[in-house]
Design a protein around this ligand. Structure first.
Ligand code: HEM
Length: 511
């Protein structure tokens, strides 16, 4: 399951059902609509074009196939780069080109800096207690500063370089071991990469990779795989869980027990495991052993965050580091395994720079084709296809249209990165499009994949370092070929761009 916190979690598609509309709720709904309508009429800018939908449910049924980023792009062909839809009683404006997306993220950020969270995300993020979904406020500023200083900024990443080196060496070793024992069997690359990436995220967050832990509140010892499930897989699944009340907030007083129980259970288990991990590390700290990690900094005197905030911020680094980089690297290996010519070109460019030595992070700036493979993969398979929803908190003008306060904003990164006016044959995977010689090889913002403006991805540097070195080393050490039938195996999971089935490839060590 994806997400960069698939905290874009726009739980749009999905079964729409639920109880009969209650009279009180409806009255409130119509009054709100009337007030909005009056405001709209008093503005000198027109409202964006509307995608026609049905009364009460709006466009929900048209989104039920659960690939909102693709449906949004299709609508842009008819209604233009910016249009409005209705998800139940919510008004949402969708932005589909880099120009309007950048206008929203940079020039108009001050009017669109809050987040609108689904009910699932409210619980799973302890009501916005993590950087990625926090509103722009004092908590956000302090938490982001800490995150960059200790973990994700350039200096911190330099200090964590050793963990990345060890991780890539271990993955390559495991791939070689696989070939030694079962050379003709396709390798499930995801299984190996995901586990090592999780180990890295634990080291950066709490200072130690763990094999197991006793969790008092659950009354048992959990294996590493169980910890991964509770901290990463379950919340990602929960993040895209649909509560029909998200679409009809005026009915929020009606209970939705099965949904609440499921999400609360995920929240409870995540809390319990994080507390146990933190407790173990605090004992280490009390014994005088210091480690360069986020946790040690968070519990230093300099900090004023509450215990619950610290728990959530540490968890954020774990979940965010464990997934998007995997999604990108897996798609890159799919594309390269499918395209022997480009795989050979990459190999020869790596060999020209590294000779017989193993590729290192320091070499990246000398191998523009490797960076091009990374950016082209991010463009075509953006791991976060829709930016976590933003919320207009004061009337604003966007792309020449009037957008009233209270509107949700969906920035369709997939739409921006597949825009035919910007990208020639956008469906084609063609790294050469990034070899125009004008850009710095290590420039991170070549596509909209990392978002933009003040809220641009904080982990972009880490993602680039891990993914580029991994792709480079994999191609340097092995010849990659898709297992028969894999070429068509490109379904993605739910609302995400995560491959539904792990990539299966045949690998052969290079001589
Ligand atoms: C290829 C990998 C990745 C992609 C495509 C990606 C994409 C994104 C996107 C689209 C956003 C939202 C930006 C916005 O709201 O405008 C974001 C935010 C964020 N990402 Fe990533 N991300 C990746 C990897 C990572 C990693 C590895 C980490 C941390 C370990 C990370 C941490 C964050 C954080 C903390 C934010 C919130 C920034 C803020 O609100 O100020 N990301 N990312």
């Amino acid at each position: 399951m994806d997400t960069h916190l698939n905290f874009q979690a726009v739980p749009l598609g999905a079964a729409i059902g639920g109880p009969a509309v209650a009279l009180g709720g409806l009255t409130l709904f119509f009054i709100t609509e009337y007030v909005k309508d009056k405001k709209k009429k008093s503005s000198s800018f027109p409202p964006p074009p509307e995608v026609p939908g049905l009364p009460v449910i709006g466009n929900l049924l048209q989104l039920k196939e659960k690939k909102p980023h693709k449906t949004f792009k299709k609508w842009a062909e008819t209604y233009g780069p910016i249009y409005s839809i209705k998800t139940g009683s919510n008004n949402m404006v969708v932005l589909n080109t880099s120009d309007v997306a950048k206008e929203a993220m940079v020039a108009k950020y001050s009017s669109i800096s809050t987040r609108k969270l689904s009910n699932a995300l409210k619980i799973l993020t302890s009501d916005k207690s993590i950087v990625a979904v926090s509103d722009y406020n004092e908590f956000y500023k302090a938490a982001k500063r800490n995150l960059l200083t200790t973990t994700l900024g350039p200096n911190a990443q330099k200090k964590h370089g050793i963990h990345r080196d060890v991780m890539i060496n271990n993955i390559c070793k495991q791939l070689h071991d696989h070939v030694k024992t079962s050379s003709s069997v396709a390798v499930n690359f995801r299984k190996i990469f995901q586990s090592k990436l999780f180990g890295l995220s634990l080291k950066q967050a709490i200072g130690e990779d763990v094999e197991s832990i006793y969790v008092e509140e659950l009354g048992k010892t959990l294996s590493r795989q169980e910890i991964f499930k509770i901290l990463v897989l379950d919340p990602m699944e929960g993040a895209i869980e649909v509560d029909w009340r998200d679409f009809f907030p005026y009915l929020k007083w009606i209970p939705n027990k099965s949904f609440e129980q499921k999400i609360q259970q995920m929240h409870f288990q995540r809390q319990a495991v994080m507390k146990a991990l933190i407790e173990q590390q605090r004992k280490r700290m009390a014994s005088g052993v210091e480690v360069n990690c986020y946790l040690d900094y968070m519990f230093s005197e300099a900090n004023t965050f509450s215990e619950q905030q610290i728990l959530m911020l540490l968890w954020e680094v774990i979940i965010e580091a464990s997934d998007t980089t995997l999604v990108t690297t897996e798609w890159a290996m799919y594309e390269l395994s499918k395209d022997q010519e480009r795989q050979n070109r990459l190999l020869s460019e790596i060999q020209n720079v590294c000779g017989l030595n193993k590729l290192k992070e320091e070499n990246l700036c000398q191998i523009p084709y490797l960076a091009a493979v990374f950016h082209e993969t991010l463009r075509k398979h953006s791991p976060v296809p829709i930016v976590p929803l933003r919320y207009v908190h004061e009337d604003v003008q966007l792309g020449g249209y009037y957008i009233p306060e209270g509107t949700e904003i969906a920035i369709n990164i997939y739409g921006c990165n597949m825009d035919q006016k910007v990208w020639d044959n956008p469906e084609e995977w063609k790294p050469e499009r990034f070899l125009n010689g004008k850009d710095n090889t290590l420039e991170l913002q070549k596509t909209m994949a990392f978002g933009g403006g003040k809220r641009v991805c904080a982990g972009a540097l880490q993602a680039m370092l891990i993914s580029c070195v991994a792709i480079g080393r994999f191609v340097q050490e092995f010849e990659w070929r898709l297992q028969d039938g894999e070429e068509e195996n490109v379904d993605t999971l739910g609302l995400t761009t995560h491959r539904l089935h792990p990539l299966l490839t045949i690998i052969k060590p290079r001589k």
